[in-house]
Design a protein around this ligand. Structure first.
Ligand SMILES: *[C@@H]1O[C@H](CO)[C@@H](O)[C@H](O)[C@H]1NC(C)=O
Ligand SMILES: *[C@@H]1O[C@H](CO)[C@@H](O)[C@H](O)[C@H]1NC(C)=O
Ligand SMILES: *[C@@H]1O[C@H](CO)[C@@H](O)[C@H](O)[C@H]1NC(C)=O
Ligand SMILES: *[C@@H]1O[C@H](CO)[C@@H](O)[C@H](O)[C@H]1NC(C)=O
Ligand SMILES: *[C@@H]1O[C@H](CO)[C@@H](O)[C@H](O)[C@H]1NC(C)=O
Ligand SMILES: *[C@@H]1O[C@H](CO)[C@@H](O)[C@H](O)[C@H]1NC(C)=O
Ligand SMILES: *[C@@H]1O[C@H](CO)[C@@H](O)[C@H](O)[C@H]1NC(C)=O
Length: 421
């Protein structure tokens, strides 16, 4: 049982606030276990019975579970994707790259290989067993919904849900709810690209880069009033924060991002992004009835090349970057770190409240996949679209990996909670 507690700490080790002396002891204990054999291996000639005992116990108890699944590399995987546009009918046009004639296939033949272990294949039967009787929700923007659509496809190998969205909302484009009757499992998304209250501020209406007002200290009721009933919450946001924004706090205009107004201070996108995450995490923790497990999925980078997104930028690559090719640009790193900081700041409080907060650290792994976006294959050829999509991900595609992570972490979470009994 002790070992199991260890396992979880180590997986989350880098970002779990270890706030009790007991936690520190556990980590030190595990570090010792990990490091001992390493130092022993150096003079393995002198191996003795004591050493092999340590070796054995390490093999059995900690080898698999102490793995940091987010550090690794993409490796060729000839077996290819779990599903296709023909076998899964849930793929929306915008992400249905095969349907709209994407010619290359190599991007479908890679798998994420963590340095320290194997990431198990997605097993729909196992996933559905783990979530039986539960409700899961994606809170955030369309990239979060992208992951939900991937999950629908992955699960469709075993079970098809009923679309019950209309029972809950009239806005069924942005708010979806699916019910897997055979497992009493509900899968939903709550659209809220800022997590906080927002409205259009451009008299000419809404476009991709029109100005909006966001109220940084007021959670968006669209999710805040619904989320309490969910057992699993996947929360993420990003790309909406880069447009022109007017920031409000306490109902007052406090600054903006790229608003170009002389009398309003430009506080940059990071200011809004940070505060919105703070409000979102705090809101979750303050909900009295909320007992769910929260997964914060880190920023999913875009890959526009040859121009900005609105200046003809595109993403035509057909292979992942190698680690050498990849440039971890300042911008992505800043966005990623800003939200991670907020996550770390709230984690301690979450733990004290008895809530499990974990991170799906997908930024760097996706940065390696400039080949995974729809580019101009998210719509019919004759449909006149102004911009290429280098933000969302083709289905099937590298985004399926996020659900492999999710399954891995759900399983680990269950192991740790059952060991507490
Ligand atoms: C110790 O572990 C290594 C790596 O897992 C393995 O190859 C080796 O056979 C083990 N040694 C003993 C004595 O069990
Ligand atoms: C490791 O596992 C093997 C077989 O599963 C078992 O025989 C052995 O006793 C275990 N060792 C430890 C130290 O738990
Ligand atoms: C996230 O994963 C990357 C590798 O993909 C690693 O460099 C980074 O340290 C991780 N961040 C956290 C907070 O664990
Ligand atoms: C799936 O994509 C192929 C091209 O790879 C296309 O021929 C086929 O019509 C598509 N199927 C559906 C259902 O869209
Ligand atoms: C998937 O999971 C189920 C239930 O845990 C298990 O019975 C089955 O063998 C697994 N399938 C594969 C291919 O591993
Ligand atoms: C389905 O799960 C919910 C909890 O999400 C529970 O309240 C309900 O009783 C379950 N229904 C059935 C038929 O098992
Ligand atoms: C800023 O100036 C505009 C006119 O240019 C005015 O409408 C607005 O109320 C001013 N805002 C503040 C905060 O003073």
């Amino acid at each position: 049982m002790k070992v199991r507690a260890n396992e979880v700490l180590i997986l989350n080790g880098k970002y779990t606030a270890i706030n009790t002396p007991k936690g520190i002891v556990l980590v030190l204990f595990t570090l010792l276990l990990v490091m001992l054999p390493l130092s022993l291996m150096r003079n393995s000639n002198e191996s003795s019975p004591t050493i092999s005992t340590i070796n054995n116990s390490l093999e059995n108890s900690t080898e698999v579970k102490q793995c940091n699944i987010f550090t690794g590399k993409w490796v060729p995987y000839p077996e290819g994707p779990y599903y296709s546009n023909d076998t899964c009918h849930w793929i929306i046009n915008e992400e249905n790259c095969m349907k709209f004639g994407r010619p290359d296939r190599e991007f479908l033949h890679w798998r994420w290989k963590p340095d320290e272990c194997e990431l198990p294949l997605f097993n729909a039967t196992q996933f559905l067993q783990l979530v039986k009787g539960k409700k899961m929700v994606f809170v955030g923007d369309s990239v979060g919904k992208n992951q939900m659509q991937s999950l629908l496809c992955l699960l469709s190998q075993v079970s098809e849900p009923e679309d019950i969205s209309l029972k809950y909302t009239s806005d069924v484009t942005y708010f979806k709810r699916y019910y897997y009757a055979d497992h009493n499992f509900t899968l939903a998304n709550l659209w809220s690209p800022y997590f906080v209250k927002a409205s259009d501020a451009d008299p000419n209406g809404h476009t991709f880069d029109s100005i909006m007002r966001i109220y940084l200290d007021e959670a968006d009721e669209a999710w805040a009033s619904e989320v309490e009933d969910f057992d699993i919450v996947m929360i993420s946001a990003g790309h909406w924060f880069f447009r022109p924004l007017l920031y409000y706090e306490n109902g007052q205009l406090v600054g903006c991002n790229k608003c170009g107004k002389e009398n309003v201070t430009d506080l940059s996108y990071l200011y809004g992004y940070k505060k919105a995450f703070r409000t979102a995490f705090q809101t979750l923790i303050d909900l009295k009835r909320f007992k769910g497990v929260t997964y914060f999925r880190t920023f999913s980078p875009a890959h526009f090349e040859n121009g900005d997104w609105n200046k003809g930028g595109n993403c035509v690559r057909t292979k992942p970057y190698t680690k050498e090719e990849m440039k971890l640009d300042e911008f992505v790193l800043e966005v990623y770190l800003t939200a991670v900081e907020e996550f770390k700041a709230i984690e301690k409080e979450a733990t004290q409240r008895g809530l499990q907060f974990s991170m799906l650290n997908t930024t760097e792994i996706m940065l390696l996949r400039p080949d995974g976006h729809p580019n101009n294959f998210g719509h019919a050829r004759d449909e006149n679209k102004k911009y290429n999509d280098c933000v969302h991900w083709c289905l099937p595609g590298p985004v399926d990996t996020w659900n492999e992570f999710l399954l891995y972490m759900l399983e680990l979470g269950q192991t740790s909670s059952s060991s507490k009994l």
